[in-house]
Design a protein around this ligand. Structure first.
Ligand SMILES: O=C(O)CCC(=O)C(=O)O
Ligand SMILES: [Fe+2]
Length: 840
């Protein structure tokens, strides 16, 4: 019978668009055009043979590339790096970690320790291991770095796996359970299912996480760090430094499989592949899913015409793909801090949509095989299968596979032709094309979810106001969850994701207490401002250069205040910097609450700070007047205006990232050497390595783009701000003496190294402002503060959830153990459970 089928097939094979040469047999139904070069992939345990990413054309430097190489020696590693080890004295560039690195709090601005940190205890949480690894990286303890990061990844895998397993298992168990009441009244079966699953998940997690240092919930900033494979970025460098080059290359390969466009990793990959000791066929994608190797083996077998093997592997690949997809979906069902207190219905819908948006990405995420993106990856399996089954003589399964393929891609002409062909065969009837039930379910669910997401995108948009000065609303920044756009400034908005909170909960201010302890030396201080600048009155606008004049006049009238005494780059000895006076009046500078007796800080401290959020809370508790908070806001807005004007940034593109009122005071009875620093030389958005590279990555506040300091007083000794050409302070470019209303503004990168001289007497107060062009880094505390103010202005009580968020934020800002805080998962608790279910 099989021979007969084959003969019939040969006789009646349909015409196709397929290139006959590519087919094992040219006259048979065949997979679609785009299956000719399946990716060869592998999973973590197995070897890779050849791969998209191993394309030698990319791996080898072209002559054009050669010009771009930093190092003359082509064997020298590329781009910025941790400091060279003894191994390569001329190495000014090694593989690097990607730009945007893990969001975590920066360590104090001190040099890395000279002695290795103590060996870690074995039982640490994933983020603790990660932090240890990064600290080891920064202090150049490479062995410890790689060990810690490997452990971080193991712990992360455990965390992710345990959560997924519990959710999946409990979901299944709850679905299967007999309901407490047979009839489904008003969706109560659904509610019962959720309640059952909740109880089950709770117990399941308790069991799974018992004895583990990693808690069963991690802040989403931490999770993102792991999901974006940040540990591998550091790991590859530490492997490289410990001469484990093959592993380093595999770590890079892993990142590229996930993010093939990552320029820095491509560069590094190329660098590794040129090394003789690298075995390109033995690279491991440490994060590969199981189906990747099955699919690859399946296609290999298919083209080798080993159809039995092809069928086995393709079937297994489908199973694993569906499983990976389910796991990815379960992984999406994490906590969601809505940031406000929505109604019951809104709350459910919002969380549901948040998960749905995450789930919608699963398929395409999984369809990227070692970097190469596959369209209709699942359908492809059935394309191979229908032909392989056909070749096996299993017409029934071939037809099912063809029908299943068409369920996913109903308009595929080649497959429609194949079906026609199959139908022409004896023993084939229409019922044989019934698609597989699991795939039917899969496709239907996807269609429904797509419709739902489209509906939400279309319907939840209201008229958007075009007020460029308005602080961006949370939903303008955060696109997940249900997006609602129309709300007036100052009202509670639909906060659609927790990012705002978490990112801004990351302390954004250097630990200045520590900074003060690190005293550097500098000579040749030239005080170009020398404290006796001619202050121009309001009518002396001619003092400004022509193109800025109009702008400043406008600004001046807007804030009813003359600006004067502008000093620009040429006078300040560098780029992207300026100083201007008149941003605040004496009466504003002298308000209690800044540096008067009712100062919110304790007078013994040498460094005191108030964030906007804390000021808002203090006002709420009547510790300061509302007008002080308003002044705080107004002054900072003025600072933002002038920064945007000077650097020609549209107001709407510039966001506050942090606002801090800081006073540095001389310690009573302590004598100061005038060459000591109050704040050592630093750049605001990058981390200086010892070799002079400034890394725009953790632990720096790398999202900062511009900085401003608005000074509030001058009744103190010392405390000059200065720009420096180097980290030692041997080349001071200019210095600025603080005084009320004087603002210094500059771009936040390495081009503007700066510091503060020791305050020898009295107290020096300034409003420190940092700005970012990244909306997702917009200042959360400001958003909350504005809500409080608006409510109060309207005679309302500030909303409880806003105050609660402020409290969380302030507590965080004040926390001395900043770095630990990020990793403590206080923000994501299964609140449904914690009250009612305390013990085992
Ligand atoms: O207070 C100052 O003048 C500068 C402070 C500073 O550079 C900083 O906090 O990053
Ligand atoms: Fe700074």
């Amino acid at each position: 019978a099989q021979d007969g089928d084959a003969a019939a097939a040969a006789a009646a094979a349909p015409a196709t668009t397929q290139d006959a040469d590519d087919q094992p047999q040219e006259d048979k139904p065949h997979p679609g055009d785009d299956v000719q070069s399946p990716p060869r992939v592998e999973d973590a345990e197995e070897d890779v043979r050849d791969n998209e990413l191993l394309d030698t054309e990319e791996a080898e430097p072209t002559p054009e590339d050669a010009d771009d190489e930093v190092a003359v020696d082509s064997s020298a590693p590329p781009v910025t790096s941790p400091p060279p080890t003894s191994e390569a004295p001329d190495e000014d560039s090694t593989p690097v970690a990607a730009e945007s690195s893990p969001a975590s709090p920066p360590p104090p601005e001190v040099s890395p320790p000279e002695v290795p940190p103590p060996e870690p205890a074995w039982n640490r949480s994933a983020p603790d291991w990660f932090k240890l690894g990064v600290d080891a990286y920064l202090s150049e303890h490479w062995d410890q770095c790689s060990r810690a990061l490997e452990n971080a990844i193991v712990e992360w895998h455990f965390f992710r796996r345990a959560n997924i397993d519990c959710r999946m298992r409990c979901g299944e168990e709850a679905r299967r359970a007999a309901p407490l009441y047979p009839e489904d009244v008003e969706h109560l079966h659904f509610v019962e299912e959720m309640v059952r699953a909740t109880l089950c998940i709770l117990k399941c997690k308790r069991r799974a996480f018992r004895g583990h240092a990693t808690p069963d919930a991690l802040p989403s900033a931490v999770q993102r760090t792991f999901r974006n494979l940040k540990p591998y970025e550091y790991l590859q460098l530490c492997y490289y430094q410990t001469k484990q080059t093959q592993k380093a290359a595999s770590a890079v390969f892993t990142i590229l499989s996930h993010d093939p466009e990552n320029e820095i990793m491509r560069h590094n990959f190329k660098y590794y592949l040129e090394k003789p000791e690298i075995d390109a066929n033995n690279l491991v994608n440490y994060e590969a899913e199981k189906f990747v190797s099955l699919f690859s083996q399946g296609t290999d077998a298919y083209y080798a015409e080993e159809y039995d093997v092809a069928v086995t592997n393709m079937e297994a690949s489908i199973k694993e793909f569906l499983k990976a997809n389910d796991e990815c979906r379960a992984d999406c069902e994490g906590p969601f801090d809505q940031g406000w207190l929505p109604d019951f219905t809104s709350s459910i819908a919002n969380h549901f949509v948040y998960c749905l948006k995450c789930k919608a990405k699963c398929q395409s995420k999984l369809s990227r095989l070692n970097g190469e993106k596959y369209d209709d990856f699942l359908a492809k399996h059935f394309d191979y299968l229908q032909y392989a089954y056909y070749k096996q003589g299993n017409l029934k399964k071939a037809c099912t596979a063809a029908g299943t393929y068409l369920m996913i891609l109903p308009a595929d002409t080649t497959m429609l032709e194949n079906v026609q062909y199959y139908k022409s065969l004896p023993k084939v009837d229409d019922t044989m094309f019934q698609p597989r039930p699991d795939i039917v379910k899969f496709v239907k669910r996807q269609s429904y979810e797509d419709n739902l997401l489209t509906y939400i995108a279309d319907e939840f948009v209201f008229e958007e106001k075009d007020d460029t000065n308005e602080i961006p609303s949370a939903e303008e920044i955060y696109k997940d969850g249900i997006r609602v756009t129309p709300i007036k400034k100052g009202t509670i908005k639909v906060l659609t994701e927790t990012k705002v909170q978490e990112d801004n909960v990351i302390p954004d201010v250097p630990n200045n207490t520590q900074a003060q302890e690190t005293i550097g030396q500098h000579q040749d201080v030239q005080d170009v401002s020398n404290g006796s600048q001619k202050e121009m009155a309001s009518n002396s606008e001619t003092y400004f250069d022509t193109n800025l004049q109009g702008l400043l006049a406008q600004l001046t009238s807007a804030i009813h205040r003359p600006l004067y005494n502008l000093k620009k780059e040429d006078e300040l000895g560098g780029v992207n910097r300026f100083v201007i006076d008149g941003l605040a009046e004496k009466t504003e500078c002298e308000r209690d609450g800044y540096n008067g007796n009712k100062s919110p800080h304790s007078p013994q401290e040498t460094f005191e700070g108030v964030t906007l959020g804390k000021a808002a809370l203090m006002m709420n508790f009547n510790l300061i007047e509302r007008s002080i908070l308003q002044l705080f806001l107004n002054l900072s807005e003025r600072g933002k205006n002038i920064i945007a004007s000077y650097f020609r940034i549209p107001q709407k593109d510039l966001y506050f990232s942090y606002t801090h009122l800081v006073c540095r005071s001389a310690k009573p009875g302590k004598s100061f050497n005038s060459s000591q620093f109050s704040h050592e030389i630093h750049a605001d958005n990058c981390w200086m390595l010892r070799d002079g590279d400034c890394v725009k990555a953790y632990p720096a506040y790398y999202w900062r783009d511009y900085s401003a300091l608005l000074y509030l007083n001058d009744n103190f000794k010392g405390g000059d701000f200065f720009f420096s050409a180097d980290m030692n302070g041997n080349h001071i470019q200019s210095s600025i003496q603080p005084k009320c209303g004087r603002l210094v503004g500059f771009s936040a990168g390495i081009e503007n190294l700066h510091g503060v001289n020791a305050v020898e007497q009295g107290s020096r107060c300034a409003l420190a402002l940092w700005f970012t062009l990244s909306p997702e880094r917009a200042e959360w505390g400001r958003f909350l503060t504005e809500q409080v103010i608006t409510d109060i202005e309207n005679g309302k009580e500030p909303k409880q959830d806003v105050l609660q968020n402020l409290r969380k934020l302030v507590q965080f800002d004040l926390g001395k153990a900043q770095s630990q805080m990020l990793y403590k998962s206080s923000d994501h608790e299964d609140t449904l459970i914690s009250d009612s279910y305390q013990d085992n």
